[in-house]
Each structure stands twice: as C-alpha cells, then as structure tokens.
Design a protein around this ligand. Structure first.
Ligand SMILES: [Zn+2]
Length: 160
C-alpha cells in the first residue's frame, strides 16, 4: 500500500475532513489533497508529525502495518490495537477485539465471523475504495479467513 492510500485511509478512519486533518498538522488543505492524490509525499519530519498527532506508526504511514489479527484479519496499526496475553503482554497475533488476557473474547465460528464482517460491508468498501457486493465479499472472506492462524487448525485435525 502506498502512503497516499494510508493517509486517506487514516483520515477517513478518524472521520476528519481534509480541512480538519490539515489544521491538526498546521499544514494547508492543499498539502493534504496533494498527498492523497499522490502528487507529493510528506517528508520524514511531516510523517513523524502525522504519526505523533494521530498515534499511528511511521511504518504504517509508509504502507506497512505492524501486524494483522490472525483471527479477524484486521490490520494492526498501533500497539493499542493488539490484544493481551494472560500475563498482560501485548499479543503479537491477535487484535484487542478478538483476544484479551490470553483468551478469545468470543467463541464464534468462522461462518459467524464472516456474517459479522459482512454487516460492515458498506464502511469497509468505503475505506478501501471498493465496491464489492455481499456475495463477492463473502467469497473473498471464505477464501481469506481460513488462511489465518486461528482458523487453520480449527476444523479437522492438526497435522502431526
Ligand atoms: Zn481480530
């Protein structure tokens, strides 16, 4: 993912207009617009400022998430997104919604997870600039979710 996509995504996620986003960084709206159009890329100082202001990592802004939840597939962009182990450490594998104190917060099946994800389809399409129908999205999820660690050994036996 390129920086312009992550900036747009971050701004949509925060529900800010280009103006509001620009104001928080003391830059012009035009600058934000140019980043999002890919005309210019923020320099490293600006990236650091964006990261500090909105509590995300520079890596995320450069297009790398710090991880992906191995239960629901959500990208982890800041350490607060990570779930916790039983000893309080941050989980390296699961998000805070799926996993707390070393346990999954919900005992759900992969089918239920797919249906739950489909309920947010509109906002998901919007955030990712996609136009998937429910059928297409369900097919994607049926392909994608079983590749995640939580579901790989769930059905059938573990390989020995
Ligand atoms: Zn998750």
């Amino acid at each position: 993912m390129e920086t312009r996509n992550t900036i747009l995504k971050l701004r949509k996620h925060l529900n800010l207009s280009q103006n509001e986003f620009a104001e928080k960084l003391s830059v012009t709206r035009q600058a934000v617009s140019r980043w999002e159009n890919g005309e210019t890329v923020p320099n490293i100082d600006t990236l650091k400022l964006i990261a500090e202001t909105f509590d995300v990592s520079v890596d995320f802004l450069l297009g790398c998430a710090i991880g992906q939840c191995q239960s629901c597939g959500m990208l982890l962009v800041k350490s607060g997104d990570k779930g916790t182990e039983s000893d309080g450490r941050k989980s390296e594998e699961y998000c805070v919604f799926c996993y707390q104190h070393g346990q999954f917060t919900q005992d759900i099946s992969i089918e239920e997870l797919i249906e739950r994800n489909l309920q947010d389809l509109d906002s998901w399409n919007q955030e990712n600039g996609l136009h998937l129908t429910e059928q297409e999205a369900r097919a994607e999820l049926q392909k994608f979710l079983p590749t995640l660690k939580r579901w790989r050994t769930k059905d059938g036996e573990e390989e020995k």
